[in-house]
Unconditional design. Structure first.
Length: 487
């Protein structure tokens, strides 16, 4: 592992066209950039048609625009908190998110969580490609979805292979494109597109529609958590955690809230459940004939978010394989992993069918349930148990101080998951506690609290002094270190 974690010569820094690193620790001398870049990255990762479609879920259940606004803003505010705190780990640890989770779940145990993340990212990309293909069908009139999937996937795959710094730079450029297109349309729509009076009140309010929209927004924000620090790990360790947290939070919250609120707006204005058609109607209402142009302007953002997901899923896939059988994380390995993820989503999109909003809503609910206990365990470990002190080299050793199976983290995860079951609300099954509450879904809060308390109790038996001694020894021997946030 020492060979793969060796520092890159200073002369080559900033000149490599294709990123060569993947799951290994990023040496301190390769860290560069500013936390401000996290705003544009996460703003544009959320400022896309998929996010807009998620904002239409409440309206599909009869929620008024006002009800959807409240649910979206509250859900985004809650879900983004956890994502932002994960992002702040990147500059201090210099590691991908799931590699760091080996400290809680073990060298092999983390593979179970990684598989869930890969599955969710492939699912997100299937939906993203479906929307992108629909845009191209409407713009060209050519019903060739598989061809469009191939083109969209190919562009996203190419950018993901170029890697971390290119992805950040692309998102900066796309931010300006978005502001010049969707920004102008949004402002004009407020003045030119009236809403029915009943949409501006809480008339017909139901907890079911409110909590479905709230849960979808929270899940969407929380969905970035398992890989958010993958995109902050190259920042200098001097980066203050508060700055990384602020720019990540503001980027996710502003981008996601804007597009979800726009989704709720078009659903209310045009009584539509079709995100592509509603956007086209909105643009034409503002400036006749501009609908196709606005849809095409939205396409680069979809390609970019597919890229973000491919890159992150490749990290999780490499981590999964490495957890089963240690491998050297070369550039070629990352290229292969990116390709596998891209092809999987392409095939999935090609064979999928059904109503978009119904499928996507169910997908987000399940994602929320399985990720909540993980995020709780990871954040409690980082901020309250180990307080940012990790022996980085030991994370890459099957027989290291963190072990193959982190029974404390895995048990706390399962306890949280089972505690949520009575409170879940899905299309297939409603828990008894949720049924007693009128199908109100509060599983998110139950899972967060129960998993956190369980891990805090179980973590009391950890030998933290031995871990800190191992970290000090590796820092003295190799220079490899996690820069603890409480230094």
């Amino acid at each position: 592992m020492a060979d793969t974690m060796a520092a890159q010569p200073a002369a080559t820094r900033g000149t490599v066209l294709v990123e060569r690193r993947s799951i290994e620790w990023v040496p301190l001398e390769e860290r560069r950039g500013n936390a401000r870049s996290l705003f544009s990255l996460w703003f544009m990762s959320n400022a896309n048609i998929t996010t807009l479609a998620t904002g239409m879920l409440g309206a599909a259940l009869g929620a008024s625009f006002t009800t959807s606004v409240l649910a979206i803003l509250l859900g985004a505010a809650v879900g983004t908190v956890f994502t932002a705190f994960h992002s702040a780990q990147g500059p201090q640890l210099g590691l991908p998110q799931m590699i760091q989770s080996r400290a809680q779940f073990g060298y092999r145990g983390v593979a179970l969580i990684c598989v869930v993340v890969v599955f969710s990212l492939v699912g997100f990309n299937m939906f993203n490609q479906m929307l992108g293909a629909e845009i191209l069908v409407r713009a060209t009139g050519l019903q060739a979805n598989v061809l469009w999937y191939f083109i969209i996937s190919g562009l996203a795959l190419m950018l993901s292979i170029f890697g971390y710094h290119w992805i950040h730079q692309t998102q900066k450029w796309l931010t300006w494109l978005f502001l010049l297109t969707f920004g102008l349309v949004t402002v004009a729509a407020v003045f030119l597109v009236p809403l029915p009076p009943e949409q501006l009140s809480l008339t017909g309010f139901t907890w079911v529609s409110f909590l479905v929209q709230f849960g979808a927004a929270a899940a969407y924000a929380l969905g970035w958590a398992p890989y958010v620090s993958d995109y902050s790990r190259y920042l200098p360790p001097e980066t203050r955690p508060g700055r990384a947290l602020f720019y990540t939070y503001s980027g996710v919250f502003v981008g996601m809230s804007w597009l979800m609120l726009l989704g709720a707006f078009v659903a209310a204005a045009f009584a539509s459940s079709d995100p592509i058609g509603a956007v086209e109607q909105l643009s034409n209402a503002v400036l006749p004939g501009s609908g196709t142009f606005l849809l095409l302007a939205a396409l680069p953002a979809l390609v970019a978010v597919i890229t973000v997901n491919i890159y992150a899923a490749a990290m999780e896939l490499i981590t999964t394989v490495d957890s089963i059988r240690p491998i050297t994380p070369t550039r070629l390995v990352r290229v292969i992993a990116c390709s596998v993820v891209a092809v999987s989503a392409l095939i999935g999109a090609s064979v999928s069918s059904g109503e978009f909003l119904d499928n996507f809503g169910s997908f987000l609910v399940i994602l929320l349930y399985v990720m909540v206990p993980w995020t709780s365990v990871n954040l409690v470990d980082y901020y309250f148990v180990r307080r940012g002190h990790y022996a980085v080299s030991e994370i890459f050793r099957p027989t290291g101080v963190y072990g193959n199976w982190g029974w404390r983290g895995m048990l706390a995860y399962l306890i949280g998951l089972f505690a949520m079951l009575p409170f879940v609300v899905t299309a297939w099954w409603v828990g008894p506690a949720a049924a007693a509450l009128g199908d109100a879904d509060i599983a998110l809060f139950v899972g967060l609290i129960v998993s956190a308390v369980a891990y805090l109790v179980l973590g009391r038996s950890l030998d933290l002094e031995a871990e800190r001694q191992a970290a000090a020894a590796e820092r003295a021997a190799t220079g490899i270190q996690a820069v603890a946030f409480d230094r």
